[in-house]
Design a protein around this ligand. Structure first.
Ligand SMILES: [Fe+2]
Length: 176
């Protein structure tokens, strides 16, 4: 008697220990596709962060002070940007990549050169990097839009604004 009385409550407590399935109105397939695109964006952003910080350390020449300061503002912004991207991936029910091996496989951006480039070549590499991240972010837009994933679309819009503006500012340094 005592045993049968405890069984239902034991079953109930086991069931309540498990989280309920994610039900936010975005299908499992769409959540997976968006998380995969955000993982590529995270890898691109992290790689560009590291290259920008590298260039802050290694820049030389008459533009040292300007570029050293400019790169610091840019790597600080990129460093702050990785967190909301990773946490959106988690909100969609997927693990966020966070290792050099994973980032190396996912990113569309080449690693920083082992030998520090000349100052204006650094600027050129960063223009191409910001434009590459913009392409990665933009490629995910239709998927997020189709799934009515406004938080991801909003995040992509913010990242596109920053990368396109930064690419313009860096590009201006290369013009006559
Ligand atoms: Fe510094």
């Amino acid at each position: 008697m005592a045993k049968s009385a405890t069984q239902p409550s034991a079953k109930l407590s086991a069931a309540t220990r498990l989280p309920p399935p994610i039900s936010i109105g975005i299908s499992e397939n769409d959540r997976a596709a968006i998380a995969a695109g955000l993982s590529r964006l995270l890898a691109d952003t992290y790689t560009l962060y590291l290259t920008t910080h590298n260039f802050h350390w290694n820049v030389t020449g008459p533009m040292f002070n300007t570029l050293h300061q400019m790169f610091m503002a840019q790597y600080t912004e990129l460093w702050a940007a990785v967190d909301p991207i990773a946490e959106r991936i988690r909100s969609l029910g997927h693990p966020a990549p966070g290792s050099y091996a994973q980032f190396g496989k996912l990113t569309s951006i080449a690693d920083a050169p082992a030998t520090p480039p000349k100052a204006l070549d650094m600027v050129r590499i960063l223009v191409q990097g910001h434009e590459a991240v913009a392409r990665t972010a933009r490629a995910l837009f239709p998927t997020a839009d189709k799934a009515s994933d406004e938080p991801t679309a909003d995040l992509l819009t913010q990242r596109l604004t920053v990368h396109e503006q930064t690419a313009w500012m860096l590009r201006s340094l290369l013009e006559e």
